[in-house]
Design a protein around this ligand. Structure first.
Ligand code: DGL
Length: 259
């Protein structure tokens, strides 16, 4: 069990931002990453479709002998993790927008959140908002169009800049001092966002927290990999592997798989 891989999936290449955090924190662990790029974006799909796609990804990772599954997608977590936990025996780690630290630390009492439509409309997200938005204002913004641009390698494009400008402007007008990135594709926008935002606006995402939670659960279950051999890292995509390779700086073993 200790040598079994950590399975990680996302609607596409964005969850690699989580995979990188996990690999950095747990360098001994074998990992299998699944990018369902053929079906991205999940964010505009119905809850039922997101659940069905999450089942397909989960069953693939279970077949590969994974010891834990990290749902490296806010949209899949907020729409499908309750179903997955109820129906599969394997432990799941999910990712949700980091509203809590932003709500606890904001000085202006205004927090912006950028996420997919699927995440912002989910019950799980609304439960979190209800918990933390008592005396603060939360400005929700759908990042329409961002995921397809990242999936097609147009990270630094002018269109991307235009989208972000449009989405940030109303938030800045209302004086946000925290911007929560509620989609695992968005950490790749941090260099561009940092240039566009005033210095006092802090950007937060949940990547590190997810890696720590994975470590905590593996420790509690006593299945951390203590081998000192090089880990086996495999990444699969049913989309264009060139973009996945380039976002990973060609450092890992990426294969095309029709799943
Ligand atoms: N990375 C997914 C997330 O965290 C992207 C969603 C999508 O495919 O629309 O929500």
């Amino acid at each position: 069990m200790r040598n079994s891989p950590i399975g990680i999936f996302d609607s596409g290449i964005g969850g690699t931002s989580i995979f990188k955090e996990i690999h950095e924190l747990l360098p001994n662990e074998n990992c299998i990453y699944l990018a369902d790029s053929k079906n991205a974006p999940y964010g505009n799909r119905s809850e039922d479709e997101i659940v069905q796609l999450s089942i397909k990804n989960t069953e693939f990772l279970i077949k590969q002998g994974c010891k834990i599954i990290v749902v490296a997608c806010n949209t899949a977590t907020t729409n499908a993790i309750v179903y997955l936990r109820k129906n599969y025996d394997i432990p799941f780690i999910g990712i949700e927008p980091a509203i809590k630290p932003a709500a606890l630390n904001t000085k202006t009492k205004v927090v912006g959140i950028l996420a997919t439509k699927g995440t912002l409309s989910s019950q799980l997200f609304h439960n979190t908002i209800d918990l933390y938005s008592k005396d603060i204002k939360i400005i929700e913004q759908v990042g329409e169009g961002i995921v397809p641009l990242i999936e097609t390698g147009q990270l630094d494009s002018e269109v991307m800049q235009l989208y972000l400008k449009t989405y940030l402007e109303p938030m800045l007008k209302q004086d946000i001092d925290y911007l929560v990135l509620g989609c695992t594709h968005y950490p790749y926008l941090i260099p561009m966002l940092t240039k566009m935002l005033p210095e006092h606006v802090r950007i937060i995402d949940s990547g590190r927290a997810v890696a720590k939670q994975t470590q905590a659960v593996l420790t509690a279950l006593d299945v951390l990999n203590d081998s000192i051999e090089n880990p086996n890292i495999q990444l699969f995509s049913n989309g264009d592997i060139t973009v996945l390779n380039s976002i990973l700086d060609y450092k890992f073993n990426v294969s095309y798989l029709d799943f």
